[in-house]
Design a protein around this ligand. Structure first.
Ligand SMILES: NC(=O)c1ccc[n+]([C@@H]2O[C@H](COP(=O)([O-])OP(=O)(O)OC[C@H]3O[C@@H](n4cnc5c(N)ncnc54)[C@H](O)[C@@H]3O)[C@@H](O)[C@H]2O)c1
Ligand SMILES: [Zn+2]
Ligand SMILES: [Zn+2]
Length: 348
């Protein structure tokens, strides 16, 4: 039996180990990919820490961690027809059932029986990854493996800006972690007129400026609402995109959102939040759009077009490229806020 190195979550406790495991064998409708690059995400950190979110997310140990990756197809299972050996692919993490109401009505990215790759299945922090054919998304060779590995989170951020149609708008991105930073870059690429990024960490705000923000604001030092009202000459922001999941920041966002404005919510709050529906939504006629991942595959097509033609630039969000074996160091880097995107490269 062929073996490979993989980052394995062996027990439902904090941590993970680099272990030798069997290379998976693709069954019918499945594809085996040789991983070129994988990316660490906040979700992986939750699983690694084994916090309250991880405990309720349906993670079954032992499991191979990771869900964001790019690589080359090396083997296909029976019946696979849309990808072949040698194809350059990245993984879509939403595994649709193909038969439910949503799947049959153009909403397979929010399938009613959705399984999340690398959370509810074995993942990609390994030399090889097995994925369902539908989730093996072919991408142009001009996109580097490192950038390929972050297309999954980028697609979520880009989609929020596509849905809100931010061209010519005054946009506020709340939270400048990887998702927020990628939203800043997306808003810039789509022609937003003025982008403000809000975060409590100075290093993240610096990165936001690097990625296209026109202005940054730290709620621990400044009054965000006052700042936004001044920038928008008393009108309020056209669009807000939350990528913080911080309920106080979201509530404040609805206050400086202009009448008739739009809000895209990506960040996942860990507790319930109150919102004053009358003034902040109803009388304002605010539109609220929840965003869960990428449209399959409309968002991917737009993203590839924009990356291939260098309209969208996201390389700066990658702050560290390390070996797969050094995954624990990668988790430390994101845990203490030092890193934005950390890429893991399997050896050999
Ligand atoms: N809906 C989806 O499909 C989807 C996909 C991926 C991630 N997410 C969620 O999106 C969020 C962002 O993901 P990430 O990987 O960038 O996480 P992250 O934790 O790196 O980023 C969150 C950022 O928000 C900042 N923040 C905290 N409090 C704040 C406040 N009061 N005001 C402004 N900013 C504040 C943090 O400093 C941090 O930089 C998370 O909640 C994640 O779970 C959702
Ligand atoms: Zn992710
Ligand atoms: Zn379905």
């Amino acid at each position: 039996m062929k073996e490979m190195w993989a980052v394995v979550k062996k027990e439902p406790v904090k941590g993970a180990t680099l272990s030798k495991v069997a290379v998976p064998c693709p069954g019918a409708g499945e594809v085996l990919v040789k991983v070129k690059a994988a990316a660490l995400c906040g979700t992986d950190l939750h699983v690694y820490q084994w916090n309250s979110w991880a405990k309720q997310a349906g993670v079954k140990t032992p499991m191979i961690m990771g869900h964001e990756f790019s690589g080359e197809v090396v083997e296909v299972g029976e019946g696979v027809s849309t990808v072949k050996r040698g194809d350059y692919v990245v993984g879509e993490t939403h595994i649709p059932c193909g038969t439910c109401y949503q799947c049959k009505n153009g909403l397979q990215h929010i399938c009613g029986n959705m399984v999340i790759y690398g959370v509810n299945t074995d993942g990609c922090f390994a030399e090889y990854a097995k994925i369902p054919e539908i989730c093996a998304k072919k991408i142009p060779e001009s996109i580097s493996p490192e950038v390929g590995a972050i297309l999954e989170p980028l697609g979520t951020s880009l989609r929020s800006c596509l849905e809100l149609q931010v061209g010519g708008e005054n946009v506020v991105v709340i939270g400048a972690g990887p998702i927020g930073l990628l939203a800043v870059a997306s808003a810039k690429a789509l022609g937003a007129a003025y982008i403000t990024a809000v975060d409590v960490l100075p290093q993240r705000l610096e990165k936001a400026l690097e990625m296209g923000a026109d202005h940054v604001c730290n709620p621990q030092k400044e009054k965000v609402a006052e700042d936004i009202m001044k920038i928008t000459k008393g009108v309020g922001a056209d669009s807000i995109i939350d990528a913080s999941g911080n309920t106080a920041a979201i509530r404040e966002g609805f206050r400086y959102l202009r009448k008739g404005g739009q809000a895209a919510l990506i960040g996942l709050p860990s507790n319930l939040m109150e919102i004053d529906l009358g003034p902040d939504v109803i009388f304002k006629e605010a539109t609220i759009k929840g965003i869960h991942g990428r449209k399959m595959f409309e968002t991917w097509t737009r993203m590839e077009n924009m990356l291939e033609n260098e309209v969208l630039k996201v390389r700066e969000v990658i702050t560290h490229i390390i070996s797969l074996a050094d995954f624990a160091e990668g988790f430390n880097l994101i845990e203490n806020g030092e890193a934005c995107k950390v890429i893991l490269i399997p050896e050999g």
